[in-house]
Design a protein around this ligand. Structure first.
Ligand code: PEP
Ligand code: MG
Length: 590
């Protein structure tokens, strides 16, 4: 293995934040959990061991507190700071601290071993949750346990604060705290063994516009501090110790990428309109408030999808109505007068919330999630709805219901919304009486009955990420079936076409807020199907606007009618790849 390090190596991972970077690696090693040893202790050693453990907890807590202070003095947003607050809470929680102390006393083992065993038990639980985001909460616990173990050992973990000159950070995984401390310029990019598209780390990377590739599995074994690495965050490619000629190729690619990015700003204030005059709304997807700057800089016409579950995560309690209101008001104020689509809580039910009973669902993706969870836990749902409704008095807001499978769920949700409205009226609280309600179309059953759903709602938004998961029966977080994730699959194309036609016929607005909307080769198809509202990340906005301005709806429609004749995704892809350069010259597609 030693030889590999100094040889050129190419690795492929999940590119989560676009851009090219070339630099020396700074490897953060030292995973405490792997290093924990097993000792048996007796008599007075037991209480001494408990005290040693408590001391390590205090040291870790001090470390986090100083990170928090630094974040405050650097003017980091509340979103980042609250992650540290949540870590501080987890650190003091009985789940880790209490159980470890109990284990030391009962099993008469050393603190490292007790903590390792308690953490492994918790990780087993979190890793069995088939929700990519929630699985990441397991990684928060792992980070904290590692921090405590390192403090127990008296060793020092390399940290980002040891990074003196600009470098590419390489780590097994990065905690949200570490990622939140990253400064563009010092951190040229980062690479991790673990991670997925919706991890905190990935979200922060995109928000900070730092190129990043995650899910590399063995990058920490293949790279040493000081090695030269190239990251292509667009393709997920990593090259270790490249030759001079490869460096030159990537320097050019980086230059082209950056020039292209800059040239796109030319489109920021130009109308999003096809060459034959069709207006297309380009909206932003957001998870945390920090993304707003970037969305505005890239010309977002509003927020097309606010994933509010981020308000619920990383904390022990539930957000209050006032907290909901404050969060939504901030977004509305920043986006004013642009519209904001607030999606109601979309998580995997009680597994998320520590105070609630857990259920062992065999298929969590098909379980008590999103709207199903909210309708079952009406009190929790109402707190959020009241917050959204009150915020609607401050600016244009629309409510989006996730994971709708049929009309009953919409009617039920609307009854709850009406109940909230009646209460607010009684209490003399202001809200927009005509607030629009929409349904996510991301389950095939809903897609098929879009005509019936259209009678119940003001708009629909197609969530292609889940729609592909459910229609192609591929778990969207399982890397072994990732190859089946084919947006050009004829079934997917037919379903989207059906939804678009039904919504258009019914005269309600239809948009797409899944990842397909942000990729020009798919966006062109969506336009051809008659969809004129696309919501995407900041990175995609101007790229898609450029596409919109270079094609006519007539061309997009012709392309669509042609691709409907093909039998496989690869046939469609081949045709599109051959056709697109004539319609739309994307300099950076190579
Ligand atoms: C989707 O499913 O396409 C979507 C936009 O929602 P999420 O990715 O949050 O599930
Ligand atoms: Mg979804």
């Amino acid at each position: 293995m030693g030889e590999i390090k100094k040889h050129v190596a190419l690795m492929k991972g999940i590119g989560v934040s676009a851009g090219v970077t070339i630099g020396r690696a700074f490897v953060i090693k030292g995973r405490g959990l792997d290093l924990a040893h097993h000792d048996h202790i007796e008599g007075p050693e037991v209480e001494a061991e408990v005290a040693r453990f408590e001391n390590a907890i205090n040291m870790s807590s001090d470390e986090l507190t100083s990170v928090r202070k630094k974040m405050e003095s650097d003017g980091r947003g509340q979103e980042h700071i609250s992650i540290i607050d949540a870590h501080l809470l987890i650190l003091k929680d009985h789940m880790i601290t209490g159980d470890t102390i109990e284990k030391i006393r009962k099993e008469r083992v050393n603190a490292e071993w007790a903590l390792k065993k308690v953490t492994e038990g918790l990780l087993d639980f979190f890793n069995n949750i088939e929700d990519e985001y929630l699985m990441q909460r397991g990684s928060d616990i792992e980070h904290l346990a590692n921090m405590v173990l390192i403090n127990l050992s008296g060793r020092k973990r390399e940290s980002l604060s040891d990074l003196k000159s600009p470098a590419v950070v390489v780590a097994h995984d990065l905690s949200p705290a570490e990622t939140a401390l990253m400064v563009k310029g010092t951190v040229l990019g980062f690479l991790t063994d673990a991670g997925a598209k919706t991890s905190h780390t990935a979200i922060m990377a995109r928000a900070l516009e730092i190129p990043a590739v995650v899910g590399l599995e063995t990058i920490t074994h293949n790279v040493d501090t000081g090695d030269m690495v190239i990251i292509d965050g667009t393709t997920g490619t990593v090259i270790i110790n490249p030759s001079k000629s490869v460096v030159n190729v990537y320097k050019k690619r980086k230059e082209r990428y950056e020039n292209y990015g800059r040239s796109l700003f030319h489109y920021k204030d130009l109308p999003s309109e096809t060459t034959d005059g069709q207006k297309v709304s380009l909206m932003g997807n957001m998870e945390i408030v920090e993304e707003i700057d970037s969305l505005l800089k890239n010309g977002a016409e509003g927020i097309g999808l606010y994933r509010t579950e981020f308000l619920y995560l990383n904390r022990k309690d539930l957000p209050t109505e006032e907290e909901h209101l404050a969060a939504y008001e901030t977004i509305i104020r920043r986006m004013n007068p642009r519209p904001v689509v607030i999606r109601t809580l979309d998580v995997g039910g009680d597994k998320l919330l520590p105070d609630m009973a857990t259920s062992d669902e065999i298929n969590p993706a098909l379980g008590l999630r999103a709207i199903r969870f909210c309708l079952k836990n009406k009190d929790i749902f109402k707190v959020q709805l009241r917050g959204i409704l009150r915020a609607s008095a401050k600016g244009p807001v629309q409510i989006l219901l996730p994971m709708i499978s049929g009309v009953e769920e919409i009617r039920h949700a609307k009854r709850v919304i009406e109940e909230c409205k009646a209460e607010l009226t009684d209490e003399g609280k202001d809200f927009d009486h005509k607030v629009e309600i929409g349904a996510m179309i991301e389950i095939p059953s809903a897609a098929v009955i879009t005509d019936l759903i259209a009678r119940e709602v003001d708009f629909v938004s197609i969530g292609t990420n889940d729609l592909l998961q459910y229609s192609l029966a591929i778990d969207r977080v399982n890397e072994h079936v990732a190859y089946l994730y084919e947006p050009f699959h004829p079934a997917v194309l037919r379903i989207i076409k059906t939804v678009a036609e039904a919504a258009n016929k019914a005269g309600i607005s239809v948009g797409v807020c899944g990842e397909m909307a942000g990729e020009p080769e798919y966006a062109i198809i969506l336009l051809g199907f008659g969809i004129d509202k696309l919501s995407m990340s900041a990175y995609s906005l101007l790229r898609v606007k450029r596409l919109v301005r270079s094609i006519s709806i007539k061309q997009a429609k012709e392309l669509c009618s042609k691709i409907m004749e093909f039998s496989t995704a690869s046939e469609v892809e081949q045709y599109i790849n051959a056709k697109i350069p004539d319609l739309y010259k994307e300099e950076f597609w190579s």
